[in-house]
Design a protein. Structure first.
Lengths: 308, 271
């Protein structure tokens, strides 16, 4: 049991947890800033960027893909601005039009190009390939201290680990700036804080987390994790610090429970095949949000004005 | 960078701003525009220390815009801002700002004491420790506005007046010399208005400069020493006793202020 778990389940589960946490952390601030859709937008526009990078280089490699994704994100931002200004369309609609169009363009490109030789297809883009990120060199728990085995972990693991650590570090270091500029931007500006750079830094951090997570687990998890854990966490507490802790907890629970249910749930129900882990992780996060909506202690909006 | 194509009726009071050596905040040629239309056009102003000044004018006259542009919250097209004779960037620690209450989301997950502590963020920096002494200071600021017993409340549970008092407490925590307040009396109950004016008057007696964007003409005489009247351009500026009269009000509000209203204000002067 131990060796099987280490070989087939440990790394995908870890990658799922790290990707979920990396997306949920900036998601807390994006939601409070009413910018939650940005995570959604980024994860969609990443697809055409990655396909173009693949068509240009002919390989599925991390660096070109990340550059392609970043390029696509820039194109998307420019397009959204252009549509807003030239078409006089409200920001939400401009964003929606842009990212669905770019995503659809990415799907068409993907179908037209010869990607049969590599692992790049629409299903992969949506669902990732979490189950395939196995650790074949592992034999049992002792592999965790075996350099030869460790050298064989799927490359997605160290990559998402570095990104997740970076996101955690940035959140801790810039906590006060993020908090005050999210709550009261005018006041933060009057204090002399660089609120423009803080907002941009948050979006860039979210974009890096989205791209790294997309690479490992697909866009479904990215979209779900930006919104579901922070939104559920908001209903558990009235303090930002506690909200962020709850969101991390919910992200971890979604990843672990989702992975286990995807692998074993159908068997328990008498089925034969496992279901997509990414899909199940996203589903679990949605169920957690629903439960928080129904039973969370702070689910009622408390802002109702009662004059003294 | 004044745009000659902008034509606005030049009303009275366009004499060069008096240069007051005791000015806490002075503006020179401040111009702000949203799109093509100037919101504030070539305004000179001097707000003295140790006194309370009301910025008044009709809706859309650029009152809040003037404050925000002075603080750099919105970009200015041209003009100079100096605070205690220094460029603003070097003296930000001496300025406290109270934005309009409605400008933030009161559903934000935070407590009253937490909001007041935000007034200390400049002092403690990104990673400095919020010590017990600092927390005690924040609590004493809350006490000064009569809100100490609400320290651990979620901010969404407060009434409008209580929210305004918390914002004032946050400004007090900044321990500044120049206080800029954007409509501090808007939509608050009578008790809160009383509490706020008491605090502002005590700040004044400590020698601080207090500048409020104000909309209630009936209280200008009771609350303020000076008045700054604006309608995109500066209309008039000076002590309430000599500057706040029917002529300047007409120039500021155009026909929008009924003559009877102005008469009533002048009656207050006689009383």
């Amino acid at each position: 049991m131990g060796s099987e778990f280490v070989m087939f389940s440990l790394t995908p589960m870890l990658i799922g947890v790290l990707a979920s946490v990396a997306c949920a952390l900036p998601g807390n601030f994006l939601i409070l800033r009413r910018q939650a859709l940005i995570g959604d937008a980024i994860s969609h526009v990443v697809l055409p960027g990655i396909v173009v990078a693949f068509l240009l280089t002919g390989v599925v490699a991390a660096i070109p893909m990340l550059l392609g994704a970043a390029g696509a994100a820039v194109v998307a931002v420019v397009l959204i601005e252009a549509i807003k200004r030239l078409g006089r369309i409200e920001p939400g609609a401009a964003m929606g039009v842009t990212f669905t169009t770019l995503f659809a363009g990415g799907v068409l490109l993907l179908e037209q190009s010869d990607t049969s030789s590599v692992h790049l297809d629409v299903e992969h883009a949506l669902m990732g390939n979490l189950e395939s990120l196995v650790w074949l060199r592992a034999t049992d728990w002792s592999s965790l201290i075996d350099p030869w085995a460790l050298a064989g972990v799927p490359e997605e693991l160290p990559r998402i680990a570095v990104v997740c650590a970076g996101v955690i570090l940035l959140t801790l270091v810039f906590w006060r700036w993020l908090k005050i500029s999210t709550f009261d931007e005018g006041f933060a500006q009057a204090l002399g804080l660089p609120v423009g750079a803080i907002g941009m830094g948050l979006v860039i951090t979210a974009a890096v987390a989205a791209v790294a997570a997309f690479d490992a687990v697909g866009s479904i998890i990215v979209i779900a994790m930006f919104i579901c854990p922070p939104a559920a966490a908001r209903m558990m507490t009235n303090g930002l610090e506690r909200q962020v802790w709850w969101s991390v907890l919910f992200a971890v629970i979604s990843a672990v429970l989702g992975y286990v249910l995807a692998g074993y749930g159908p068997l328990w129900l008498g089925g034969e095949n496992a279901v997509s882990a990414a899909g199940m992780i996203a589903t679990v996060s949605g169920i957690i949000l629903a439960l928080a909506c129904a039973f969370g202690p702070h689910r009622a909006r408390v802002g109702a004005r009662a004059e003294v | 960078m004044t745009d000659p194509s902008v034509t606005l009726a030049a009303s009275g009071g366009q004499a060069a701003a008096q240069v007051r050596p005791d000015a806490a905040l002075s503006l020179r040629g401040l111009t702000v525009s949203y799109g093509e239309k100037p919101a504030v056009f070539s305004v000179d102003a001097a707000f003295p220390a140790g006194e309370m000044t009301a910025i008044i004018g009709p809706n859309g006259a650029g009152k809040s815009t003037l404050l925000k542009a002075a603080l750099g919250v919105i970009p200015r097209l041209s003009g100079e801002v100096s605070v205690f004779g220094q460029p603003i960037e070097t003296v930000r620690g001496r300025i406290a700002y109270v934005p309009q209450r409605a400008s933030v989301d009161w559903d934000f997950p935070t407590t009253v004491i937490d909001v007041v502590m935000m007034g200390l963020y400049r002092q403690v920096g990104l990673l400095g420790r919020l010590t017990g002494a600092l927390k005690a200071r924040a609590l004493s600021c809350l006490d000064r506005v009569g809100m100490a017993s609400f320290a651990d409340r979620q901010i969404g549970q407060l009434s409008g007046g209580q929210q305004q008092r918390v914002f004032l407490a946050r400004a007090l925590a900044q321990d500044a010399d120049l206080y800029l307040l954007d409509e501090p009396f808007a939509g608050v109950d009578a008790a809160t208005e009383r509490a706020i004016i008491d605090v502002l008057k005590s700040l004044k007696s400590e020698g601080k400069a207090v500048v409020c964007v104000h909309h209630d003409l009936a209280t200008v005489r009771d609350y303020f020493d000076n008045v700054f009247m604006i309608n995109v351009r500066r209309i008039a500026e000076g002590p309430v006793a000599t500057t706040f009269n029917g002529e300047t009000l007409n120039a500021t509000y155009g026909g929008r202020l009924a003559a009877t209203h102005i008469d009533q204000l002048n009656l207050v002067e006689g009383a």
